[in-house]
Design a protein around this ligand. Structure first.
Ligand code: DGY
Length: 327
């Protein structure tokens, strides 16, 4: 019996690949960079399963170029790289990997928050560059995390996990967005209208998906509301922040610091003005990047593929409408 063909758009941890290889004819894109568009179209052409990454654009044209496709499985919890409406119209279930990366991504968000508050990256450069001459009463002064107000925008799974970390550091937590009031109560987070949160928070951490509604949610107007000492942390998606407005806000001292795991575009071009700023810390989208978590993501992504190939409901489906059910 011929095995179903699955195209995997990059090498992923073995936990997922091995599972797929047990019952599928798996082709893996081995390059470090994503497959160029033509390669993606070519490889998907006779695939029944597609396991893709957030750096792959999966649109209607790609779906139409892959007539045998039964399932799309994203190696991520976010799925803004996939045209979900087009997939649903074609009866294609789309899988993603919620839950398993929540705590890991929250760890990174909090690491960025701490690093920004205490200017860790600047301080490391200071020492490496041989500029450390003596202990200084005014040297590298940062901001207290304990006792500060943490504003979470998007109190979903990851937002809640960051809020819990904030509470563990004796922060006061306020939030906007996310409908789970019981979770908010359990954490001790108080709801605020967006403008109030922007004005009140010392640290603002973004945890909303990228949608037409959240695109540039943090724009010039939002920065105007923030404190001059505010720190912005983004581990969500780069497009949630207007990068030009962010540059202006950081350069002019409208806010104090930004710590970003995600940028727009991604990767950030080496000549982007944000990279010239000492008060902007950028890491390369590593929110879920631990050995254990990436293995768990790989396993779930593979399980989603297998379920789709067998005509079963995906364990983690973004568009259950394809099964005639509500999300
Ligand atoms: C996701 O899964 O959406 C994350 O951004 C990957 O780290």
């Amino acid at each position: 019996m011929t095995k179903p063909r699955v195209f995997v758009t990059r090498r992923i941890p073995e936990a997922g690949l091995n599972l797929l290889q047990e019952s599928c004819d798996v082709r893996v894109w081995e390059d470090e960079l994503p497959p160029p568009r033509e390669a993606l179209l070519r490889e998907a052409a006779d695939a029944e399963g597609l396991l893709c990454l957030l750096s792959d654009r999966v649109d209607a044209a790609l779906m139409d170029a892959a007539p045998q496709l039964k399932v799309i499985s994203n190696f991520a919890v976010g799925f803004d790289n996939i045209d979900i409406t087009a997939a649903t119209q074609r009866g294609l279930p789309v899988g993603h990997t919620p839950g398993v990366l929540t705590e890991t991504t929250a760890d990174l968000a909090f690491a960025l928050l701490m690093a920004a508050a205490r200017r860790i990256v600047e301080a490391v450069h200071y020492v490496q560059e041989g500029r450390w001459k003596t202990w200084g009463p005014m040297l590298m002064l940062g901001q207290d995390v304990h006792g500060a107000t943490l504003g979470i925008i998007g109190l979903g799974r990851i937002g809640q996990a960051v809020a819990r970390r904030g509470r563990g550091f004796d922060m006061r937590v306020i939030y906007h967005g996310g409908s789970n009031e019981e979770a908010a109560r359990a954490i001790g987070a108080e709801r605020r209208p967006l403008d109030d949160l922007l004005a009140e928070a010392d640290f603002i951490s973004l945890h909303v998906p990228l949608t037409p509604e959240t695109h540039h949610l943090i724009d010039a107007r939002a920065f105007e509301r923030m404190k001059p000492t505010a720190v912005l942390v983004n581990t969500a998606r780069g497009g949630v922040v207007d990068s030009k407005a962010l540059y202006h806000a950081l350069k002019s001292g409208q806010i104090a610091y930004a710590a970003l795991d995600v940028t727009d575009p991604e990767p950030i071009p080496p000549d982007d003005p944000l990279l010239t700023l000492e008060n902007c810390l950028i890491v390369p989208h590593i929110g879920s990047a631990t050995h254990a978590t990436r293995s768990r993501i790989a396993l779930i992504a593979a399980q989603n593929v297998l379920a789709g190939l067998h005509g079963e409901r995906l364990p983690h489906c973004v568009n259950p409408e394809v099964y005639g059910a509500q999300r």
